[in-house]
Design a protein around this ligand. Structure first.
Ligand code: HEM
Length: 744
């Protein structure tokens, strides 16, 4: 218990290190009977408000040195050590004299610091930065004709899932909107074991053989002699590697496209990338590729916006997912499959075992087979998102591997990395990793064994019975590997069928809208422009000449360099592949504002009914509105009411919103005088956003440097009247104003 007795500040003998240590002035550990940690579980804080400064949820006292002691009682159970001993005082370590040295006998302090010192575990070597949530997968129809996987056995069957989205290159503390591939890893807790579909938001990969993975990752991570750049591919070592590995060209086109700067995890596709196998009850195999499609449609931000989002809100994607789920706005994805047989595989233009290739949807349609809904945020980020362990080799009966050499290498790698990170062979017992079906084996002991491994035997065969006997092999009910035939010499050799590195890169390029092509060119120019070694730029542009002349020319022009000769190819790019419209984000954009956010900047004196109409209209369209004012306290509206703000303008740049509206009062100068408000409008314009205006906004528009630029722009709309608000809200569902000429 804290002491309230004031003792005069005096130098005790022990403060000099001399003299006899005394504990007389230091209260001894309490003698109240302890409660076990189990009994002292605290109530969930999610959604609860902290007490106001004048309230307290438990008794409190001020200690000898003026320090605050919040005491057990009220809402608070007694604090204990990890071993359950009640802790007397969490503000002061045990001292010899009030100004003396700390004593080794303070086991509570020692334990607290010991645990703190060991809080960190190694972050993932790749995909370190991520965020996740729980969900459920519901199967549309029985797929028992092609797979015996129990998850697909019948229509309507539900299976619990956990998903982790991530970036690849950055460290754990990096920003969310790096230009990067996004991981899309799903754990299905099926009733025949966990199935981990560990995919990305891009359907191809940089390399064909897993032996190159460490090189790829080393090239994109910070350069080892200087420790930067963080979470970026825009540097010499990455482009050096990519330009020397023409197989990566196709993937770099995706990476330079808007796919690599998604607006939200909720608005990106996912892909299993590799060819897998479905195997049915009769043991027959069908090849399968997995696709996730977001029901909110795909959407991305523009690069200049991404750069600014990273400063304004480095947690943009994780906050977006957390906010949507906690608001009950559950994101959904449809799972689809491309299913094909050996005959298709043999006749297809490319090798289905080559992870740098897709099978265009126009060639082989994607069949929707179920839907996943993410409906629960985690209780604890470390316990769940950090400790979740995905492994491609986690497949239930009915799902099997192809011989894709990248997949084969991954199956080897993930088990290893989990041991390194989680530190124990028993990581499968961590709740987020634990299968929801029964687990029975003779694996024993190991660090942090949690299972009460009962019974007399830990081996089989054995002749015991009952609880002492233990499990036995499942035979044909187990995971029966597909008995594919293997022939050939043991050699380190890349199949000749993997040699075409440019045809599908060209197909991807030709499948993009002009706006998307511009973005790809700009991204190559930006990234290669960050390379200091001219030969690296040259080599990359030489490779791009094999993709498309106009792409290479535009990139060379953007870099201000002469167009180099095309690099030599083993297999020249084909020009007979039809464009695949399914590869474009913009060509497939949904007409909707659902799940999107309007930034509503409100000035003092703003028309109260105009503000209300916008809020209601956007809510009806399934979107969200965040109110922004000069001060977070809010703005006084025309009817005298105070509208509380969600954000102050200084912390709410327009890059955080899909569209903006500014409702000023009759005097527009206060907003025009606010530099952040000027940037708000100017950036919204530069980022092609829909802009709504009401009240006196001329001064602000002029201060933002947009005088005369808004006239005739069909995405700059009035929002003052009811009719205007309706037209504005319906325009929000449309695309950004790509035709806006920023150079004018
Ligand atoms: C198609 C190619 C690949 C895809 C789609 C992919 C996807 C992923 C994803 C999504 C994660 C993050 C998992 C999470 O959220 O916890 C991950 C992590 C990882 N991947 Fe891959 N990866 C690919 C290739 C490879 C290869 C070839 C290797 C090694 C041979 C590899 C090794 C790793 C490792 C070591 C981790 C860290 C895992 C952890 O610590 O939890 N990946 N990968």
């Amino acid at each position: 218990m804290a002491t309230t007795k004031k003792t005069p500040a005096k130098k005790s003998a022990t403060s000099t290190g001399a003299g006899k240590a005394t504990t007389a002035a230091v209260p001894q550990p309490g003698t109240t009977p302890g409660k076990s940690t189990k009994e002292t579980t605290t109530t969930k804080t999610k959604g609860t408000e902290p007490a106001s400064p004048t309230q307290t949820a438990s008794p409190q006292e001020v200690g000898n040195g003026g320090e605050l002691h919040q005491l057990a009682g009220g809402d608070s159970p007694p604090m204990t050590t990890a071993h359950g001993t009640p802790v007397q005082d969490d503000q002061n370590s045990l001292r010899a004299g009030d100004r003396g040295p700390t004593l080794m006998s303070d086991f509570a302090f020692r334990e607290k610091i010991f645990h703190f010192d060991h809080e960190r575990i190694p972050e993932r070597v790749v995909h370190a930065r991520g965020y996740g949530a729980h969900g459920v997968f519901e199967n549309y129809e029985s797929l028992s004709d092609i797979t015996r996987a129990s998850i697909f056995a019948e229509a309507g069957k539900q299976t619990e899932t956990f998903v982790r989205f991530s970036t690849v290159a950055g460290n754990l503390g990096s920003f969310d909107l790096a230009r990067d591939v996004r991981g899309f890893a799903t754990k299905f807790y099926t009733d025949e074991g966990n199935w981990d579909l560990v995919g990305n938001n891009i359907p191809v990969f940089f390399i064909q053989d897993a032996v190159k993975f460490p090189d790829l990752v080393h090239s994109v991570k910070e350069e080892p002699d200087r420790g930067f750049p963080q979470a970026q591919s825009a540097h010499d070592t990455f482009w050096d590697f990519a330009s020397l590995m023409p197989e990566s060209t196709h993937m770099t086109l995706w990476q330079m496209s808007d796919r690599a700067i998604p607006r939200s995890f909720r608005m990106m596709q996912g892909f299993g990338v590799h060819t897998f196998r479905f195997v049915n009850e009769a043991g027959e195999s069908t090849f399968v590729k997995f696709h996730w499609r977001p029901l909110l449609g795909m959407q991305s931000v523009v690069w200049n916006e991404a750069v600014k989002i990273n400063g304004a809100d480095p947690d943009f994607h994780r906050r977006d997912l957390f906010d949507a789920i906690t608001a009950g706005d559950f994101p959904e994805w449809e799972l689809g499959v491309q299913v094909f047989d050996d005959a298709f595989a043999d006749s297809f233009d490319f090798d289905v075992l080559d992870a740098t290739k897709i099978i265009p949807e126009e060639v082989l349609p994607v069949r929707p087979i179920g839907k996943m809904t993410l409906n629960r945020v985690v209780d604890n980020v470390f316990a769940e998102i950090e400790q979740v362990a995905f492994m491609t080799q986690n497949v239930p009966p009915g799902i099997d591997f192809s011989n894709d050499p990248l997949l084969q290498g991954r199956n080897f790698s993930y088990l290893d990395t989990q041991l390194k990170r989680l530190g124990s062979t028993n990581f499968s017992q961590i709740p987020v990793n634990a299968p929801r079906c029964p687990v029975a084996h003779f694996q024993r002991d190991g660090h942090m064994q949690m299972a009460p491994q009962s019974g007399r035997t830990a081996y089989e065969p054995n002749s015991f019975s009952g609880d002492d006997r233990g499990p036995r092999e499942a035979g044909p009910a187990g995971h029966v590997p597909f008995p594919g035939e293997v022939t050939g010499e043991t050699r380190r050799i890349r199949a000749e069928s993997f040699a075409d590195h440019y045809s599908q890169a060209r197909q991807f390029w030709l499948s993009q809208t002009p706006v998307e092509q511009d973005h790809i060119v700009a991204a190559y120019v930006f990234e290669l422009g960050k390379c200091e070694v001219p030969a690296i730029r040259e080599r990359m542009v030489a490779n791009l000449r094999n993709v498309d002349e106009s792409l290479a020319t535009q990139v060379a022009d953007g870099l201000g360099m002469p167009l180099p000769a095309a690099s030599e190819t083993t297999v020249p790019a084909r020009d007979d592949l039809e464009p695949s419209p399914a590869l474009s984000i913009l060509a497939n954009a949904l007409e909707t504002f659902e799940g999107r956010k309007l930034g509503l900047l409100v000035g003092d004196g703003a028309d109260a009914s105009a503000v209300k109409r916008l809020q209601q209209g956007v809510a009806k369209a399934g979107g969200m509105v965040e109110v922004i004012a000069v001060a977070v306290g809010g703005a006084t509206l025309s009817d005298g009411t105070l509208l509380e703000a969600d954000q102050a303008i200084a912390g709410a740049p327009s890059v955080l919103y899909d569209a903006v509206a500014i409702v000023a009062g009759s005097d527009g100068t206060p907003l025009a005088n606010e530099p952040a408000a000027r940037d708000f409008v100017a950036d919204a314009f530069t980022h092609y956003k829909v802009i709504g205006l009401a009240g006196s906004t001329d001064a602000l528009v002029a201060a933002a440097g947009l005088d005369g630029k808004l006239e005739g722009d069909s995405a700059v709309l009035p929002v003052g009247s009811a009719k205007d608000a309706t037209a504005f809200v319906s325009r929000l569902a449309g695309p950004r104003q790509w035709e806006r000429d920023l150079r004018a």
